[in-house]
Design a protein around this ligand. Sequence first.
Ligand SMILES: *Cc1c(COP(=O)(O)O)cnc(C)c1O
Length: 457
Amino acid sequence: MKEQNIPYKIYLSEDELPKQWYNLRADMKNKPAPLLSGKTMKPITLEELSEVFCTELAKQELDETTAYFDIPEEILKFYKMYRPAPLTRAYFLEEKLQTPAKIYYKFEGNNTSGSHKLNSAIAQAYYAKKQGLKGVTTETGAGQWGTALSMACSYFDMDCQVYMVKVSYEQKPFRREVMRTYGANVTPSPSTTTEVGKRILAAHPGTNGSLGCAISEAVEAAMKQEGYRYVLGSVLNQVMLHQSIIGLETKAALDKYGITPDIIIGCAGGGSNLGGLIAPFMGEKIRGEKDYRFIAVEPASCPSLTRGTYAYDYCDTGMICPLSKMYTLGSNFMPSASHAGGLRYHGMSSTLSQLYDDGLMEAVSVEQTKVFEAAEMFARVEGTLPAPESSHAIRVAIDEALKCKETGEEKTIVFGLTGTGYFDMFAYERFHNGEMSDYIPTDEEIKEALKNLPKLD
Ligand SMILES: *Cc1c(COP(=O)(O)O)cnc(C)c1O
């Protein structure tokens, strides 16, 4: 080992747990474009947004001036069950790679739901409870968000209805059963329980489903039932706000030892984990206090930042959610059935989209088998079995560390390890059997899906 002064794990004490979330938009010079109402095509009002989301969350969604939000006491209490999450120095990985780079990772998989999503699920369930609602509806892709929300709803004794992307419902029975253990109702999507589900099934019989399509069903279910609202696990500003806890803890841990990262890397599905991880660092960069490189990593099978278009688009296939200006592949883009279900979303957080468009953040896309090679190496040397989604960040952290080996630079690399891979052994099995495909959409396929972007004057 190269140094002994930095511990293998940097822990924060309970008292050092951040007490506020940080809203990066307050510091952005170019604010992300406002959400548009699908009905009026005008910036959505608090009133309109409150028909779909809890009022307090709708306020957070629209707030681009308040930099810090106090984390309510009840949420802090819940956070203490599984936070602070340690920041780990990847000494073993560095040794394996023989790199002069210093690598750190923030592991968010240390809770039963297995990912960072619980950070926002508990906040959303709390605000729904406070508003006196009976329950919430949502979609889930690989199942991590549904699992997190089930845990959060059961803690506050609320009903939880989950529309689960069909391919995951079938491939991941264990996640489904964890959700049911916490009392949630789980329906495979598209389903015949909603009008939009029926429409999608008629147009695409035998479809594997997609996140965008499950979102449409969940929104419809929320609107149809008295005392229900819809909640979303990523993409939105409110979710990124809650996820800032990841970045704030990471920064507090690094500051304890006077460590300044050069590169911060995260996988990007809807963008909330990466947005949360980079938020306080990006704030410093925007305010001109420090400089960092930020890298968003997406799957080559669903490359919204690297091959999409920056335009207003629907957040869901059924086109009932508000419109967001974002890097998108088109709301009816159907990504191939990759094993990183949490990254199969056609769009990207409007905040990250704006940062990327302003050149403040980079993006790369990586192929699935390369991702699993990195995952396996990481598991063998660092011990932790990573989720396929998280392994996208591992892949690029390794690639950057190998570049340092060539140049001899001792860069400090931090990456987000968003979750555990325990529920993804089917994917690992495919990899081990050499049966994993690397489907990359053609330019024609992307062009075709983008034809349906909404036309705005
Ligand atoms: C959902 C999920 C992601 C994607 O997160 P976003 O915040 O939507 O980008 C990444 N990793 C894991 C383990 C997930 O469950």
